[in-house]
Design a protein around this ligand. Structure first.
Ligand code: FES
Length: 150
């Protein structure tokens, strides 16, 4: 882990403990996960107890304590998407990537998770890849979309 990345992010937020969540989000965005060494640096520099940081990173689903792939897939399995075939989309994603929800592939290409609603039910079934919403999915189109990522 490059500690200068952590220092730069903490400096950007003036080392303020009140910016803890934003600092953790910035680290997560940069490293794609929160290594233990990064959390220890944050605790030390912000003078925040490690127990508070652990509570924060385990409370919010956005944080990951394991390395994530270059592309994060969040497939909606909420009611509106479910009735429009999200289960078939999930099966196709699993076939193409070899992943089950919660997993990251060995090449660190994709991480797959399911969510309960992405807030755009009208275009369901929908998945989010790298924060881009892809809607009105059907299995074949889903497979073609996934093949565009490297
Ligand atoms: S239920 Fe899928 S976006 Fe809302």
């Amino acid at each position: 882990m490059d500690s200068s990345v952590i220092e730069r992010i903490i400096d950007k937020h003036h080392g303020e403990a009140g910016s803890l969540i934003q600092i953790l989000l910035d680290i997560q965005n940069e490293l794609r996960w929160l290594p233990g060494a990064a959390l220890e640096m944050v605790a030390e520099k912000l003078q925040v107890p490690m127990s508070r940081i652990q509570h924060t990173v385990t409370f919010y689903k956005a944080f990951s304590l394991v390395p994530k792939g270059r592309h994060e897939i969040n497939l909606c399995m909420g009611t509106a998407c479910h009735v429009r075939g999200a289960t078939r989309i999930l099966e196709m994603i699993e076939t193409v990537t070899g992943l089950q929800p919660g997993e990251t592939d060995a090449d660190m290409k994709f991480s797959l998770d399911t969510v309960n609603c992405l807030g755009c039910c009208a275009i369901g079934p929908v998945m989010e890849i790298d924060e881009q919403h892809l809607g009105k999915l059907v299995p074949d189109r889903t497979a073609a979309l996934l093949k565009k990522y490297d």
